[in-house]
Design a binder for this molecule. Structure first.
Ligand SMILES: Nc1ncnc2c1ncn2[C@@H]1O[C@H](COP(=O)(O)OP(=O)(O)OP(=O)(O)O)[C@@H](O)[C@H]1O
Ligand SMILES: [Mg+2]
Length: 499
């Protein structure tokens, strides 16, 4: 078992138009370690990983594998060096099924001659899935799979290679806690086999829990490198953002106004008899376990799912949206959990994405006022601390977290009546998270009503005025957010009214 240095990178540089993504990075990885890589959105983490994968070409830099200098100029080179990857964007081919995606780029098992041995391929896929204790529909195109399943396909693909170093760029953002634990178990066993895992995430609790060493990057440089046992959450945060963060949540500001949306006995195939009244200026948190129906509730209010029985009043008039388009024109907006899929047009510019929903507002006499449009987009981008060198660039040139900020920028261009946020801070760095919370508060103090779904109960407790708990599609209780502690919160999630 090799516990020495397996890969050393020296003087790595990468320039993109308008931004030096990597300035001069030195970093090394050892056998048998879990190595955390953290840093603000746009710090350069994914760029480093894409260079190692042979997807992006470095401008300068030396790679030493077991002390021997080598190059990486294609994904074949990366594979040859035993590097395996779970990319932040998953990089799945949508119309291929899970099995084809898992073996993409590997040699398929074959019969004599060129014929693929599908039976063997299926067996091998099953073995990988079993080792991860996951159950995936193997024959369906991955575009038909859920977010969790797609993430598991990308993870299974990384483990289909017998690698030496596994790079995982935000592998768990779409996973439930249960799947995340499975992933952590696999990481642990890789480590015991003397392999290296490089783990990138904005979830600092996870980083502190599973890693042996941590490298912190800021603005394309390594700013700190330590053993995990010597780090705390606070020391990590201050290394990441270069300052201390006094409090995780901005203080409450505005007051709660008149009723804006009343939901009465709402039911459909996934929800049962849900009733609540949402006031202007109010932030309502939805508590519940994964799969309890939280996202389904938001989707129903957004016209993605239909209502079977029950009534909804918006500003006193009946509201029953048949589509997201109808919801948006009534002033009801959803920022979905999977923002890349639901919230953005990746092949369009940042400007276009931010202003997509506000076109009527910025057009006059039917003409788009481009200067005005650009100015508004820039203001909105600044308010979420979007890090982009040029707003005319396509959204897919942004770092993962900055893409999410574009969705928020788009939302704040026009104050919605009801804004629903599903997992608002996933993949967003700690500094920007505070900005996003401030925006949420700000929108509320301008009279918007906000609904927040989050698996992070601290986020719900830190933001919400009231919390509605649901379980198995039914509402169990609703509480003012005063003096609820974590234990009580979990009790409510499980549907017990008395903690
Ligand atoms: N294809 C590209 N074209 C232009 N600029 C790019 C491209 N890819 C990345 N960048 C820029 O390089 C910088 C580093 O991005 P990178 O994706 O490495 O950040 P990151 O640390 O992974 O951030 P996050 O936590 O948000 O995923 C960012 O400023 C980003 O906008
Ligand atoms: Mg990234």
């Amino acid at each position: 078992m090799n516990t020495g240095e397996v890969l050393r990178i020296e003087g790595l540089k990468k320039q993109y138009p308008g931004v030096q993504a990597l300035k001069d990075v030195d970093i090394s990885f050892s056998g048998g370690e879990v190595h955390g890589l953290v840093g603000e959105n746009g710090a350069g983490k994914s760029t480093l990983i894409k260079i190692l994968a042979g997807i992006v070409k470095a401008d300068e830099g030396v790679f030493r594998f077991d002390g021997k200098e080598s190059t990486i100029s294609s994904s074949k080179d990366a594979t040859r060096h035993g590097l395996s990857f779970i990319h932040q964007e998953l990089n799945l081919v949508n119309y291929f099924n899970a099995m084809e995606n898992i073996f993409l780029g590997h040699t398929y098992p074959r019969h004599y001659g060129p014929l693929v041995d599908w039976k063997k391929l299926r067996e091998q896929t099953r073995t990988i899935c079993d080792s991860l204790s996951i159950d995936l529909p193997l024959e369906k195109p991955v575009s038909h799979l859920s977010a969790v399943q797609r993430a598991m396909v990308a993870i299974a693909r990384a483990f289909a290679v017998n690698g030496r170093i596994y790079f995982m760029d935000e592998p768990a953002t779409a996973l439930t806690d249960v799947e995340k634990e499975k992933l952590f178990n696999v990481i642990q066993s890789l480590k015991e086999q003397g392999k290296t895992v490089v783990y990138v995430t904005h979830n600092l609790d996870d980083i502190l829990r599973i890693t042996d060493r941590i490298t912190v990057m800021r603005d394309g440089q390594v700013v700190k490198h330590s053993r995990t046992s010597t780090m705390t959450k606070d020391s990590l945060i201050s290394a990441m953002i270069g300052k201390n963060l006094a409090s995780a949540f901005p203080p409450k500001t505005g007051t709660i106004g008149k009723p804006l949306m009343s939901v009465e006995n709402l039911s459909n195939s996934l929800l049962r008899d849900i009733s609540f009244t949402l006031h202007s200026g109010e932030i309502l948190g939805i508590g519940g376990l994964v799969g309890s129906g939280r996202t389904e509730l938001l989707e129903t209010l957004f016209g993605v799912r239909s209502v079977t029985t029950g009534t909804i009043l918006l500003d006193g008039t009946p509201y029953r949206p048949g589509s997201p388009g109808e919801a948006i024109s009534s002033g009801v907006v959803l920022v979905p959990e999977e923002r890349r899929k639901g919230g953005l047009v990746l092949s369009r510019s940042i400007n276009e994405n931010i202003t997509l929903m506000s076109l009527p507002e910025v057009s006059r006499f039917g003409f788009l006022r481009h200067t005005h449009l650009r100015r508004k987009a820039l203001e909105a981008g600044r308010s979420v601390r979007l890090k982009a060198s040029d707003y005319e660039h396509h959204v897919d040139t942004l770092s993962g977290g900055n893409q999410q900020k574009v969705v928020f920028a788009k939302t704040v261009m026009r104050i919605p009546k009801v804004l629903m946020l599903d997992e608002p801070s996933k993949g967003v760095d700690v500094g920007a998270r505070f900005e996003i919370y401030s925006i949420i508060r700000d929108l509320a103090s301008h009279g918007a009503a906000i609904i927040v779904v989050s698996s992070d109960f601290n986020e719900v407790l830190g933001l919400a005025d009231r919390i509605l708990f649901i379980r198995e599609g039914g509402m169990t209780s609703i509480h003012d957010n005063e003096g609820i502690d974590q234990e009580q919160y979990l009790h409510y999630c499980y549907g017990r009214t008395h903690a």
